[in-house]
Design a protein around this ligand. Structure first.
Ligand code: MG
Length: 477
């Protein structure tokens, strides 16, 4: 008995100190208004709604950029993509013919967790470089299962022209590879079963590593157009095909939460759900909704960069709705703080530790948000006010509009950015102007990772663009 007690005394503190598991669930092009708990009237998301009710729902949570590649770089490194070349004036994202990727010297969330003994897996869309030296397995992940870039890339010559391409998409129109670790295992990837298979991979990985600690980064490649869902989800949503796709993602989230509970891991696992950028509005009902926010994917209006964000960790995250500022760039410092991992100290990080808010012990240290587009700072939020120095719609318009004085919106009362109050607050504008100048001075020039593309691949791409009539799916994203 004495021996048992002594053993317990040794074991209990060790168990209490075990670092938590981390699960990041990252949707693609899901808008601020696409979940039930964010007010969508027709898409049913009971599992995500449950995450919000049992955990925290953030109303003012931002991504680091309004399109895929730079947004993903921001999440994994805690840095604005302008600092590591993952944002470019010319190309907005990486393409199948791109030669660049997230530089090796960047430090990802997986890389800070590895020294603590975490098992790490990336599942889903990567989009930070498809060449071997840029794959997840070279950025701190033990394993990878997913597609290396967007699900609409690598269009085949037989793909139809016009809206048919996204209204009635077929797997064979998109020659997207599915990879395990560093090998292509299926091409074209069967996108109708992809969300289900990502989920099964995540569940398997969690079960295999239930002794912990583990880190799962599951980046769904949907509801990015073209939309696909399993036969089981065909026609289930009032919101049509787009709703079916989101409801399947919600099912996936439910499976993961259930697995954590079944394995007794829920009380030692932080689950985060958010999306990489706002809805792709040019696709009408095949894109999502930014709810009350203005604009969507590709723009620096709120609809492009403010996202649903849910934090779930029963017994640890204090349930409630948070109206303070947060960002995907805050995940790395927050995860470092709650696991004891070391965030890199030799470079500028753009993230903050949000754990005081998660645990109900303090306020968010984030007071500002910088909205970059390409190599230009378009807008800055400071507290409740946001100033736009430039505006431009997400797609189609070739030119930006410069604003002098900047447009100023009070997001506290006007999250839809409808009423310019610049005339009433010259003091606020001056403050934001100073902050913007200081911020820009902190940016050092680096190699543009999105710029270089291979000429041979460009030729076949040009042929493919011609075949599809140069429609938005072939355009710059
Ligand atoms: Mg996206």
């Amino acid at each position: 008995m004495a021996l048992l007690l002594a053993l317990l005394l040794v074991l209990v503190p060790a168990a209490a100190a075990a670092p938590p598991n981390i699960v990041i669930l990252f949707a693609d092009d899901l808008g601020y208004g696409d979940l039930g708990v964010y007010g969508n009237p027709t898409i049913r998301t009971p599992h995500l709604d449950r995450m919000a009710v049992e955990g925290q729902k953030w109303t003012d949570f931002y991504v680091g950029a309004s399109v895929c590649t730079p947004s993903r770089a921001a999440l994994l490194t805690g840095r604005l993509p302008i600092r590591n070349g993952m944002m470019s004036a010319k190309n907005r994202v990486l393409f199948p013919d791109s030669l660049g990727g997230l530089p090796q010297e960047e430090v990802t969330i997986a890389e800070i967790l590895k020294p603590l003994g975490y098992a790490t897996m990336a599942i889903g869309k990567w989009h930070l470089g498809h060449l071997p030296q840029y794959l997840p397995t070279r950025q701190g992940f033990d394993a990878y299962f997913g597609i290396p870039y967007s699900n609409d890339m690598d269009k085949t010559p037989g793909a139809p022209r016009g809206p048919e391409l996204w209204k009635h998409p077929k797997i064979e129109y998109f020659n997207v590879p599915l990879m395990r670790d560093e090998k292509i295992i299926e091409r074209p990837a069967d996108q109708t079963t992809i969300t289900r298979r990502y989920t099964e991979e995540a569940v398997r990985f969690i079960r295999r590593h239930k002794g912990g600690p583990f880190f799962v980064y599951l980046a769904y490649n949907l509801p990015h157009v073209p939309l696909f869902r399993s036969p089981k989800f065909a026609g289930v949503s009032l919101r049509g095909l787009y709703g079916d796709v989101v409801e399947e993602i919600d099912w996936s989230v439910g499976r993961i939460l259930d697995t954590l509970e079944e394995e007794g891991l829920a009380r030692n696992t932080l689950v985060v759900f958010t999306s990489d950028n706002g809805p792709w509005l040019i696709f009408d009902e095949f894109g999502g909704s930014a709810g009350p926010l203005r604009g969507g994917k590709g723009s620096t209006w709120e609809g492009g960069m403010r996202e649903p964000a849910l934090f779930w960790w029963p017994g640890k995250v204090r349930p409630g709705t948070v109206h303070e500022l947060g960002s995907t760039m805050d995940l790395l410092p927050t995860i470092a703080a709650i696991t004891g991992a070391e965030a890199p100290k030799d470079r500028v990080l753009d993230g903050y530790d949000l754990s005081p808010v998660l645990f109900g012990k303090g306020k968010s240290p984030r007071k500002e948000m910088f909205y970059w587009r390409g190599d230009k700072l378009f807008a800055v939020r400071l507290g409740r006010y946001k100033a736009h120095f430039y505006t431009r719609s997400g797609y189609r318009h070739r030119q930006e509009t410069a604003h002098e004085p900047p447009l100023l919106f009070d997001l506290g009362v006007d999250p839809g950015e409808q009423w310019d109050v610049a005339g009433e607050h010259p003091d606020v504008i001056e403050k934001i102007r100073k902050l913007a100048e200081e911020h820009k001075a902190s940016i050092e020039p680096v190699k543009d990772q999105l710029l270089e593309r291979s000429p041979e691949a460009l030729t076949s791409r040009a042929a493919s663009a011609k075949a599809t009539g140069g429609l938005p799916l072939g355009g710059a994203r």
